[in-house]
Ligand binder design. Structure first.
Ligand code: GLY
Ligand code: MN
Length: 460
């Protein structure tokens, strides 16, 4: 974890942005895998980690906005725990590492919350996303599970998002470590992308790299020749010449900061002319989007700029026609690029998504669009120095979507369906980098992963 004063400072900042009452931040508990004693590797809740730092099961943090005290509730390990899991410092000892001096057994949390409720004090909670936490909050704050999301504290959500959106220098160092590990994962995957190799062998190898560097992966590895399926977790194919392999993968550091990179390479690391042309279209979108990043720009505008860059190139190939500006305004590009340009990244790979995308990616100035494609944009608001975000344009040939749009006669002024038909066996391409917004522009985080056609082909 970081130095204790970082957590003290973060909680003090949060207090400044909040009114009165209690902030209750439940940590995560162990979750059963296939029977109760066989559990998933523990992952702490990111907001708990941000303010209370402790990476252990069964804890809850309380920030008392009125008394000014911070509490950690949790039980010291007993002899059974010591026998099976080893010795752990006491909750009081652990809590001093994050600057908390008020600690109590977990059962005392019930009493504190019950008393606060009886006094009519406000209990601020964020929307729970795990079944165990939903049940625990239902029990503690006496709100039925189905109502917890609606009753979560908007002021707390907004205050947490405002703080966690701006990464400090310590966080950026962690994120760069995660990107550096992802660089190794991706260059390893690229070098393994040879005809006859089983996708699973590559997926397993790169997941192993994440684990060997602190890990785990920041989301299940996406790796497939069938890259037209955006989040393809099926790794059952044997790589074939003439196809491309999409790898979208990242890891967490031991402090749980994430990386998220995507590279797409031709099997055998030699592009044919068709692959090269589509790859260049996505690469131009990636490069132009990154170059446009600076404080004050709406990320929605960066998304649209990337889409226009791609349409420009798809026109050259003969897949699209007409004015790129008008095509993007109409949403015609979304046949090929049906997702958003990127998302915030930090302690979560889609940072703070559990708090609500509307608060993370949007604000009073900009609300979500309803147009197909643009509606999936996770981050649209103006960028600020300290934001870390992904830039991940993609171009996909999704046969079912092509068939549907063609049958419906959608955007026939912009899409050359006769040409598109020939690409139904192509798959997809995505190129993703992790970028910090600086005071004057941007910084692409971490070591460079081969990205141009020449750099990829050089790996052979
Ligand atoms: N890397 C997966 C995603 O951003 O959704
Ligand atoms: Mn991503």
């Amino acid at each position: 974890m970081f130095e204790s004063q970082i957590y003290v400072y973060r909680r003090a900042q949060l207090r400044k942005n909040m009114g009165s009452g209690l902030i209750l931040l439940p940590g995560n508990v162990d979750a059963a895998f296939n029977y109760p004693a066989n559990q998933y590797h523990f992952r702490q809740d990111s907001t708990f980690l941000y303010y209370f730092g402790l990476d252990h099961t069964g804890l809850a943090g309380v920030i008392d906005l009125d008394s000014g005290h911070d509490w950690i509730f949790g039980n010291n390990v007993d002899m059974d725990d010591i026998i099976w899991m080893g010795v752990l410092p006491s909750i009081a000892e652990l809590s001093t590492k994050v600057g908390v001096t008020h600690t109590a057994p977990y059962a005392d949390l019930d009493k504190m919350i019950a008393k606060a409720l009886s006094q009519g004090r406000e209990i601020h909670v964020t929307p729970p996303y795990r079944g165990e936490t939903i049940l625990e909050l239902e029990r503690l704050v006496k709100i039925p599970a189905a109502g917890l999301k609606a009753k979560s504290s908007i002021s707390l959500i907004k205050a947490v998002v405002a703080q966690r959106s701006i990464k400090d220098q310590h966080e950026i160092i962690e994120i760069e470590k995660a990107v550096d590990t992802a660089c190794l994962m991706h260059t390893t995957a690229m070098k393994m992308a040879m005809p006859g190799t089983w996708e699973q062998e590559i997926a397993g190898t790169i997941e192993g790299i994440a684990l060997a560097h602190g890990g785990p992966v920041s989301f299940p590895v996406i790796l497939s020749m069938n890259g037209q399926t955006l989040h393809n977790h099926d790794h059952s194919q044997i790589l074939q010449p003439g196809r491309m392999m999409v790898v979208d993968a990242g890891c967490e550091t031991s402090l749980h900061y994430a990386s998220d990179l995507t590279r797409t390479v031709p099997v055998g690391l030699k592009f044919n002319s068709r692959q090269k042309a589509v790859y260049e279209a996505v690469l131009q979108a990636n490069l132009k989007a990154i170059a446009a990043i600076k404080p004050g720009i709406f990320y929605k505008d960066v998304h649209l700029l990337a889409a226009r860059a791609m349409v420009d190139a798809l026109k050259e190939i003969g897949l699209m026609k007409g004015s790129p500006h008008d095509a993007v305004a109409a949403g015609a590009h979304a046949l090929f690029f049906p997702h958003g340009l990127g998302h915030m990244m930090g302690l979560d790979v889609h940072d703070m998504e559990n708090l609500g995308q509307i608060y993370v990616g949007y604000d009073d100035e900009i609300q979500p669009a309803s147009q197909f494609g643009l509606a999936f944009l996770r981050l649209a608001r103006r960028l600020q120095p300290g934001f870390v975000l992904t830039v991940e344009p993609g171009c996909y040939f999704i046969p079912a979507l092509i068939d549907q749009w063609k049958a419906e006669g959608q955007h026939t002024g912009f899409i050359n369906y006769a040409e598109v038909e020939k690409y139904k066996d192509f798959g997809g391409i995505r190129i993703e980098d992790d970028v910090l917004v600086t005071k004057t522009g941007y910084k692409v985080l971490g070591k460079a992963v081969p990205k141009t056609v020449a750099e990829v082909e050089c790996l052979r």
